[in-house]
Design a binder for this molecule. Sequence first.
Ligand code: CA
Length: 531
Amino acid sequence: MFKLTQYFSTKATPQSQPISGSTQIPNSAGGYTWSVDDWVRLDRFLILGSEGGTYYISEQKLSIDNAEALVRCLAADGPRVIARIVEISEAGRAPKNDPSIFALALAAKLGDDATRKAAYAALPKVCRIGTHLMHFAEYAQAFGGWGRGMRKAVAGWFNARPANELALQLVKYQARDGWSTRDLLRLAHPRAASPSHDRLFAWVTKGALPEGAAADPALSLLVAKDALARLSQPREAANVIRTHRVPREAVPTELLNHAEVWDALLADMPMTAMIRNLATMTRVGLLTPGANATKNVVARLGDNTRLAKARVHPVAVLAALLTYKSGRGARGSSTWSPIAQIVDALDGAFYATFKSVEPSGKRMLLALDVSGSMSWGTVAGVPGLTPRVGSAAMSLVTAATEREHTIVGFSTNLVPLTISPRQRLDDVVAAIDRVPMGGTDCAQPMIWAQQHKVDVDTFVVYTDNETWAGSVHPAQALRAYRQARGIPAKLVVVGMTSNGFTIADPNDAGMLDVVGFDTATPPVISDFARA
Ligand code: CA
């Protein structure tokens, strides 16, 4: 018999060709995959952004492709887009808020009437701090000028919050990325909601304490900032900081070299600021092994309620852990001796920042794409956090809750990995860095499990979906596995970049696309496995 099926079969198609009769399209690596629908792509963009591009796609092209998908979603259902932006931004599900702000600005400028209205109504929910508002203004400028809707929304942002809360925003975020609160007030020219608001606006536009400031309790922070500028003794400065709960942004740089000053700042420091400043507080000598401040910091990092309330994202914790542990600043100019208890506390906080997972109890194969393309670029622009490293960290969150799991890595072939949630994340990262890289064959996990007669209920593949090196498509390998083992196995594809591809067959209900580093992803994986 002439084996015609070696050239044409719907069960085993080389990845360099599309499965016959399917809706597969070419990916960027010379293979064929499906395209994710625009709503999945919107989620990928809102959570992963497009900063730095991918191994195959430039930052520019990736940003344009994502924006085009966003425009298509807006045309299909603008208010649904706004609801999604608010949902992801407010819950702190994304490492960075910029993609959400960008999407909101685009919707506010290019959406239909209902969409624009919804976008401006959502402004205070998505732009929660002054920096966000300045980024919104920058993005909105690219899509049009300052219309009436925009002026009203920005004016409302300033007027809606109580004067003492607005004072904190104005002191902390005076200018960012070419914009200042002064610019925003000039363009929006709000009518002040109260005499205190009026004084705050005057302070911003004139740059000096207005008349009546000393007698207005809402301006006490501004008065304290003014006083600090004239102090050089750390003890006096610390007193002012404690009394008026002054944030770090309002403290003159030369005072920030004193442990005493940082001790005063730490008393009232928000969680995200604390995580960002661990290295500095160690360098100036406030955080030392066994010090009260160290115990305080470790206790706060272990407080899950506090972490959730502050919307601390796991990527922020992971970035802090990798930097802090290294003992060296990004530019290498500053150094510190990392404290082991703090590294351990950050490690624990990483797991706590994901939404809590109810284990499915299913047998899971967690398969990390360790191919070359996964080691290029960064997740959300965090230095050193490649999709490859990010995948390992993500898989450990599921591994920590699902008892019956095996972790493997694959490129052209499959390699068992010995990483576990009992190891510290920085050791895991180092272990992953040592795994050799090769081409990409996302069918390997299913092929391996079939060959080795491993029972798997759910395959979880962490990848950029740029598969090309296999003689059979992943979806076909999964169907072959189901048939061979008699297990209705499922496949979850964890997209680690914001490209438009997926190895999941959209017509197979046993396959699901989720987004890497969405804090809601681990419970979604367990729920899908359980169903
Ligand atoms: Ca690859």
